[in-house]
Design a protein around this ligand. Sequence first.
Ligand code: 13P
Length: 250
Amino acid sequence: MAASKKLIAGNWKMNMLAADGIALARAIAAQGDIPTCDLLVCPPATILRAVAEAAGGSSVAVGGQDCHEAESGAFTGDVSAAMVRDAGASHVILGHSERRHGLGESDARVCAKAVAAHAAGLTAIVCIGETEAERDAGKTLDVLSGQLAGSLPDAGVDGATTVIAYEPVWAIGTGRTPTLDEVAVAHGHIRATLAVAMGDTAADIGLLYGGSMKPGNAADLLAVPDVDGGLIGGASLDAESFLAIAAAAG
Ligand code: 13P
C-alpha cells in the first residue's frame, strides 16, 4: 500500500450552491478526524474558497475538479492551477471521464494540466479508466497502460505530487462495480506499470478506486490490495454516507 492512511475523496461534480456546500463541508469537518484515513472534498470552482474556509482548521483537505494547463491568459471560463491553489485547494482532479469522454479531453491535455498542477503546488489526482466496450473487448489493461503513459508527466511524479484514480467509466453513477478480483487486477496492473516507469517511487503513489462506491461496498473495495482510497461521487454529497465510507477505510 502506498500510504499508511487511505485517502477518501469526494467529487461533488456540478452540485452544491454555497450554503449547501458550506454546510456539507462543516458536517464532514465536525466528524472528520478519522485516524485511518485522510479526507478530501472537491467542490465546484465557484465555492472552492468558501468550502476551504468552512473546512479550515480541520483535517479535511479541499481540491478542485479541473484546471487549465496555461498559467493565465485568454481562456474564457477556465481556471488556472494557481487559481485553484489560491482558492485554498491542495489537490485537483484531472482527466475525469466526464471530461475525457464528455468534452474530448486527451491524454496529452491531461498531462499538460498535471504539469501545471505540479508547478502550482497542487497534488494531481489523475483519473483513468476503461469504457464498457473496451472492457468487453478485453482491452482494459491496455487502456489503463496507455492512459498512464500519456497522462503522466515525464518528471515530478511521486507520492506527494500525484494520485491515480481508477474509475471504470461504466461504473460511474450506475450502481455497478467491477468484482473485487477485477479491481485487484486493475490496481495491480497500474502499480506494476508505474513501477516500470519510475521504479520504487511507484510504491508511494496512492491509487484510488472510483465508481459507485457506497457505504455498503466500501469496506470490501477498500480492502483490495493496492487500493489506497476511494474517489466518491454520489455518496459524497451526503455527510453521513461519505463519513460511513471513511469509517469503512479502517
Ligand atoms: P459515483 O460514485 O457517483 O459513481 O461517481 C464516481 C466518480 O465519478 C468520482 O469521480
